[in-house]
Design a protein around this ligand. Structure first.
Ligand SMILES: *[C@@H]1O[C@H](CO)[C@@H](O)[C@H](O)[C@H]1NC(C)=O
Ligand SMILES: *[C@@H]1O[C@H](CO)[C@@H](O)[C@H](O)[C@H]1NC(C)=O
Ligand SMILES: *[C@@H]1O[C@H](CO)[C@@H](O)[C@H](O)[C@H]1NC(C)=O
Ligand SMILES: *[C@@H]1O[C@H](CO)[C@@H](O)[C@H](O)[C@H]1NC(C)=O
Length: 369
């Protein structure tokens, strides 16, 4: 009896043991995922590069993310186009959100709009440099004071770079270098004041450069020298007071030059003489008082000349001799007291055309009698 009892007790014990063993195993394996989840969020904070972190879905449009993108095609894992918003405070360089771009290697068009609640203080160079197929890139409404050398990596397909409204102050040397296909560089509505002499180098195909509405007060001799393909240069709404021939060296294909709303007082001889292809020159709304009689020498292709809203009092009779292709000459709102037939003789052949215009209206008009 005793032995049987002992046997039973032992069997019972073993059963209990057998029953409890898997139980503890289950309990342990149950704990694991909880630990793992904790571990994951810890990794987000520390952003240790060697540990695998969960890849965020870039195109999820999840408004809880600091960086949410709308992608096209929508259902495709590899999007070609992404329009992203940055919300909710500063987005640090090492933020986990940026990792989402590692899955989007086919992106051709990318736009970042910093929303009112967000803050972006740098160009996300590390991310951009990996998007080899990128053709257009826009970043707007950031607070990005400096564009550092090679900020956009080495993207050989990049055609258009839009950086308006970012409070940019300084363009460093080689800021846009290594972009062999870049055609349009838009930097309007910033606070650009300091442009390195070598800011616009190694962008051999640049066609449009927009620097309008900034705080530029001086340009560099030969600062645009490498931009031999440039056709449009926009510098309106800045604080440029002096124009020199050397600033425009190399711009042999420039067709449109906008210098409206600056502080230019004087146009010296040959100042535009290197701009052989120029067709439109906007010098309206400056403080121009005096124009050298040879200021427009070399502008043989020029069709449109805007000089309205300045302080011009007199013009030498040979001022327009070299610009015989003019179709429009606007001298409205100046302080001209005398203007003779001699001034416009060189232009008469063109001005007989019904679409041509010589305008002299404004505050101190040339007396019609
Ligand atoms: C953006 O972040 C920078 C750097 O942290 C800070 O100096 C600035 O005040 C922030 N601006 C806004 C509008 O949050
Ligand atoms: C830029 O990319 C091209 C093509 O991939 C490569 O040949 C070149 O060495 C790269 N230059 C730099 C500075 O990374
Ligand atoms: C000029 O740029 C500032 C920002 O730098 C912007 O607030 C303003 O609206 C711009 N002006 C025009 C005419 O675009
Ligand atoms: C008048 O100007 C237009 C536009 O520049 C041009 O196409 C046209 O040939 C000109 N006509 C004459 C008669 O010169």
């Amino acid at each position: 009896m005793k032995t049987t009892n002992t046997y039973r007790t032992l069997t019972g014990l073993m059963l209990v043991l057998l029953a409890t063993l898997p139980c503890t195993t289950v309990a342990r394996s149950y704990e694991k995922p909880t630990n793992l989840r904790k571990g994951k969020s810890a990794q987000i904070v520390s952003s240790a590069p060697t540990i695998t972190t969960p890849i965020m879905e870039l195109c999820s449009e999840d408004i809880n993310m600091k960086l949410a993108c709308h992608c096209t095609p929508e259902s495709n894992a590899k999007a070609q186009k992404a329009s992203c918003s940055i919300f909710d405070g500063e987005l640090p360089r090492k933020d986990n959100n940026w990792l989402a771009f590692h899955t989007q290697t086919e992106l051709e068009h990318l736009k970042f709009t910093v929303r009112k609640s967000g803050n972006l203080t740098y160009i996300p160079s590390d991310v951009i440099a990996t998007l080899y197929k990128l053709r257009t890139l826009t970043i707007e409404y950031g607070i990005i004071s400096d564009i550092y050398p090679y900020a956009f990596g080495n993207l050989t397909e990049l055609r258009v770079l839009n950086l308006p409204n970012n409070q940019i102050v300084t363009l460093h040397s080689n800021a846009f270098a290594h972009h062999k296909s870049l055609e349009e560089l838009m930097l309007e509505n910033n606070y650009i004041k300091k442009i390195d002499r070598d800011a616009f180098v190694d962008v051999p195909k640049l066609i449009k450069l927009n620097l309008a509405n900034n705080s530029i007060f001086n340009l560099h001799d030969n600062g645009f020298e490498e931009l031999t393909k440039l056709e449009e240069l926009r510098l309106e709404s800045n604080q440029i007071a002096v124009l020199a021939r050397e600033y425009f060296k190399g711009l042999e294909n420039l067709k449109i030059l906008k210098l409206s709303y600056n502080d230019v007082e004087y146009l010296g001889a040959f100042v535009f003489a290197d701009l052989w292809s120029l067709q439109m020159l906007f010098l309206d709304s400056n403080r121009i008082e005096k124009i050298d009689e040879r200021a427009f020498d070399g502008l043989t292709s020029m069709n449109y000349l805007h000089l309205e809203n300045n302080r011009i009092t007199t013009l030498d009779s040979s001022t327009f001799t070299s610009v015989s292709a003019l179709q429009l000459l606007n001298l409205d709102s100046n302080r001209l007291t005398t203007m003779t037939y001699g001034h416009i003789v060189p232009l008469m052949d063109n001005l007989v055309n019904s679409s041509a215009l010589l305008s002299l209206r404004g505050k101190h008009p040339f007396p019609s009698a």
